[in-house]
Each structure stands twice: as structure tokens, then as C-alpha cells.
Ligand binder design. Structure first.
Ligand SMILES: C[S@@+](CC[C@H](N)C(=O)[O-])C[C@H]1O[C@@H](n2cnc3c(N)ncnc32)[C@H](O)[C@@H]1O
Length: 200
């Protein structure tokens, strides 16, 4: 499958209808959210590995969403809900405040040119939105293989000031499987990762 690698999130403004998540996930399990699921490798494995949790995963590139939905249609993962759209809008329009247990942001587009840094997804306002949607004690999982992006995201979190770094080695060792991470390992690229807890 060939698809454009980047969608400029600034040009994507489509608002979203309310979603009856309580009907999609009638069981009262933990609720997690993945931003930019790409090929859906993490979403698929995480949902399989964690039948006690529900995962909403969103991706901005429509053809990719169609492809992954097709791939997973017979997987029987009732605890996974795939969405097309922009994560920022989805969080704002469809999820109540303090509703999420975990938010995952793995290998966000690095927008390497300096003049494009403002397109990087983890800006202060988006981080603040994530903060609002997490429950007290909820966690944000972050990774990238781009050092400059890692420094930038770390600075944004530090300036925000309401997240505390915590450990979850079991997660990184046993559950952290993403398409981009597999590629990055094969290319012997570095990995920067951390978990941040919402302080209440
Ligand atoms: C480099 S890929 C990484 C995909 C996947 N997380 C992985 O680790 O394999 C980044 C993905 O985030 C998606 N994306 C970028 N901005 C987004 C946004 N605001 N909302 C939803 N998805 C977004 C991109 O389309 C792309 O598929």
C-alpha cells in the first residue's frame, strides 16, 4: 500500500459528531486512546494482549484507516475501536474530561525542518487537552527515535508542569510493538521513551 507519509494537521479541520462509546464498549473497563495508529500494529497487539482494557485509536490518513480496518475486520477485537480523524478534534468533541486511563503517542511525525516544527503534534495546547481528558493518575506514553523531537516534547511536558515521570518497564518490554518501532530497530536507530503521570 502506498500512501502519503504526512498529512498537514493544520489543514484538517473536520469536526466530529458525538460518539456513544458506552454502546461501543458496554463493559466498564479501563479506557485508553492511541494517537496516530498508522499501520495499526500497536493497536492490534495491545487490544489482544489486554482484554481487560478498551482502546480507541485514531489516525488522520483516511486510506490508512481503511486499510487497517479491512485487515482487522475478522480479528474479533471487540475492545478496539478505530477512528479516522484528527486526534485533537476527537478528544475535544467526543470524549468527556477525565475519561481516559492511558494515552499513547508513539513516533509522531517528526517534521524535521525548523520551519515545520510548529506542525509537531505535541504542542502545549494539545498536551493540556490530553491532561484534561486523562483521569487523575492517568498516564501518557511517549516514544520517538528522533532526538531533537524528544528534546522538544520533553521541554513541552516540563513547561506544562503537571505531569510526573513514572516507570513502566513491563509495558515497554512486553507490550510496546509498533510498526515504526520495528523499522527503527532494524535501522539501529536510537529510542527515546517515557511515561508521564497526570498529577491530580
Ligand atoms: C510516523 S507515524 C507512526 C505510526 C505509529 N504510531 C507507529 O509507531 O508505527 C505517525 C502517524 O500519526 C498520524 N498523525 C499525525 N498527526 C495526527 C493527528 N493530529 N491525529 C491523528 N493522527 C495523526 C500520521 O498520519 C501517521 O500515521
Amino acid at each position: 500500500m502506498r500512501v502519503r507519509t504526512h498529512v498537514n494537521p493544520f489543514t484538517y479541520i473536520e469536526r466530529m459528531e458525538k460518539i456513544a462509546y458506552e454502546k461501543i464498549f458496554p463493559d466498564n473497563k479501563f479506557l485508553d486512546f492511541e494517537i496516530g495508529f498508522g499501520r495499526g500494529v500497536f493497536a492490534k497487539n495491545y487490544a489482544k494482549f489486554n482484554p481487560d482494557r478498551n482502546l480507541i485509536a485514531i489516525e488522520i490518513r483516511k486510506p490508512v484507516v481503511k486499510y487497517v480496518k479491512e485487515e482487522l475486520k475478522d480479528a474479533g477485537l471487540k475492545n478496539l475501536y478505530l477512528l479516522h480523524g484528527k486526534a485533537e478534534i476527537c478528544l475535544e468533541d467526543t470524549l468527556a474530561d477525565a475519561s481516559l486511563d492511558r494515552v499513547f503517542l508513539f513516533h509522531p511525525d517528526p517534521w524535521l525542518k525548523l520551519r515545520h516544527h510548529k506542525r509537531r503534534v505535541l504542542q502545549h495546547n494539545f498536551l493540556d487537552l490530553i491532561f484534561r481528558k486523562l483521569k487523575a493518575g492517568g498516564r501518557l506514553y511517549l516514544s520517538t527515535d528522533v532526538e531533537n523531537l524528544w528534546q522538544n516534547m520533553s521541554k513541552t511536558i516540563k513547561i506544562h508542569g503537571e505531569f510526573m515521570k513514572v516507570e513502566d518497564q513491563e509495558f515497554w518490554q512486553e507490550q510496546y510493538i509498533t510498526y515504526w518501532h520495528e523499522y527503527s530497530k532494524r535501522s539501529e536507530r536510537p529510542l527515546f521513551y517515557a511515561v508521564f503521570k497526570k498529577q491530580s
